[in-house]
Design a binder for this molecule. Structure first.
Ligand SMILES: [Fe+2]
Length: 434
């Protein structure tokens, strides 16, 4: 049995409570706004989460009747920034009250299905090893991260700050240090039968021989990145791919989106306040900016296989987490919503990998130079066939690891994230290899 029914119900409730708390941070007028222009307005997401769960598990997998055909369709889809350009063009969105009534009914039907239906059916691709159940649970957890980086763009007075929260800014900038990783094999994918659940892009088992390389012990900090900015890195075409250089010109990009300049110097736009640029924090940048810095610094971004090798070590008994088998905890890194902002690089040495590389899971996703593509033998999953396949277009790059807003359930070696190279909103950092 891959699926524990009571654990699934409690995970679903945990997810719903966290989503509700995130939406409750926002006062009414903000609810219909679009903090990121390429994405849907906020109202869409409060309907989308229960709609996806209901549509996928109750309607599609279990064949039960719907609740409200119009709302189920309206809230059905919305994951990629590029394709959702038309998403906000609906003339009218339902009221918040209507959305929440629909959500309550969808939740009740999902919980009922989780409680009493046959959820594991080996002869049904939708329910083989409980696929639809895990899909809805991980889908909501992943969306919570996208909600947070949308909330990040809202004005500070448009979201309620938890009374006890203060960003952790104090910390010394770690020295630049490189760790040599010997040649060896890296695990990339896994067999479907070997794990309770994975998304289709994690299958099947796949490994790569990786030549020896050296990798930064720490993420590139704001301190290091400031050297690139001060050296005129954003004004020198040599460091940028042509398409990225054109983006700098057309959008007038001169520094990371998370940085803001005033007559008192550089500040970091945190979730709830501007803070004087915390030099020890990992810089958050787009793939384009990360790759330009690496080129300027005489290095490059790691491949996905190099990240895997640095994080999970040997192919024989590759570890479950960078730090080994221990259940993820606060000492291992900044993830699972433990903070609304990053923390100083290198402040979680207990999370170092077998080679001593730190923060590989947590404190910001890690950009790789690998284009998002299927492993040989890929098959789109039944419960969510467009999840990966729609993005094998050569214009998305793989990110690995986790950010402060990544649920702990997503910390597994083969989990892959991907974004377009000039999408600057995500909690993504990087390190260099040579
Ligand atoms: Fe979605």
């Amino acid at each position: 049995m891959a699926l524990d029914r009571s654990e699934a119900i409690s995970w679903y409730r945990r997810n719903r409570a966290r989503s509700r708390a995130l939406f409750d941070m926002l006062p009414e007028p903000v609810y219909f706004s679009r903090p990121i222009s390429l994405r849907h307005p906020i109202v869409f997401y409060e309907g989308h989460l229960p709609a996806f769960s209901f549509n996928t598990l109750v309607k599609k997998a279990l064949g039960q009747p719907g609740i409200d055909a119009r709302l189920e369709t309206l809230f059905a889809r919305g994951i990629d920034p590029h394709e959702s350009q038309a998403g906000g063009q609906h003339a009218t969105w339902p009221t918040r009250e209507t959305v929440r009534q629909f959500a309550d009914e969808a939740d009740a039907r999902v919980i009922d299905a989780l409680t009493r239906e046959d959820l594991e059916r080996p002869d049904d691709p939708l329910l083989d090893r409980g696929e639809a159940v895990f899909s809805i649970l991980e889908h909501e957890a992943m969306h919570q991260e996208t909600l947070l980086y949308m909330w990040h763009r809202l004005p500070f007075d448009a979201k309620r700050r938890p009374s006890t929260y203060t960003p952790r800014v104090e910390g010394d900038v770690p020295d630049e240090e490189r760790i040599a990783i010997p040649a060896g094999r890296a695990v990339l994918g896994v067999d479907r039968s070997a794990v309770p659940f994975g998304w289709d892009n994690e299958f099947p088992a796949c490994a790569a021989d990786v030549p020896a390389f050296s990798i930064d012990r720490h993420n590139v900090t704001n301190a290091r990145f400031a050297e690139f900015v001060a050296a005129g890195g954003y004004a020198d075409a040599r460091w940028w791919r042509p398409e990225d250089w054109r983006w700098l010109q057309s959008e007038r990009v001169e520094h990371p989106l998370f940085w803001e300049q005033s007559d008192r110097g550089w500040f970091w736009r945190g979730m709830f306040e501007l803070v004087p640029l915390p030099m020890a924090w990992p810089v958050y940048v787009s793939h384009a900016e990360a790759a330009a810095y690496a080129r300027w610094r005489g290095g490059r971004l790691p491949t996905e296989a190099e990240y895997q090798r640095a994080a999970f070590g040997m192919e024989e008994g590759a570890s479950r987490y960078p730090w080994g088998e221990a259940t993820p905890g606060d000492e291992h890194g900044v993830f699972d919503f433990s903070s609304w902002d990053p923390e100083p690089a290198g402040s979680h040495p207990a999370g170092a990998s077998v080679w001593g590389v730190e923060d590989l899971a947590g404190n910001g996703w890690e950009w790789t130079s690998t284009e998002f593509a299927p492993f040989p033998g890929f098959r789109a999953m039944a419960s969510y066939p467009e999840y990966s396949a729609d993005f094998f277009d050569g214009d998305h790059f793989v990110m690995k690891g986790a950010s402060p807003a990544t649920a702990r359930e997503l910390l597994r070696p083969t989990f892959r994230n991907w974004f377009r190279p000039r999408y600057p909103y995500v909690y993504a950092t990087f390190r260099c290899v040579r």
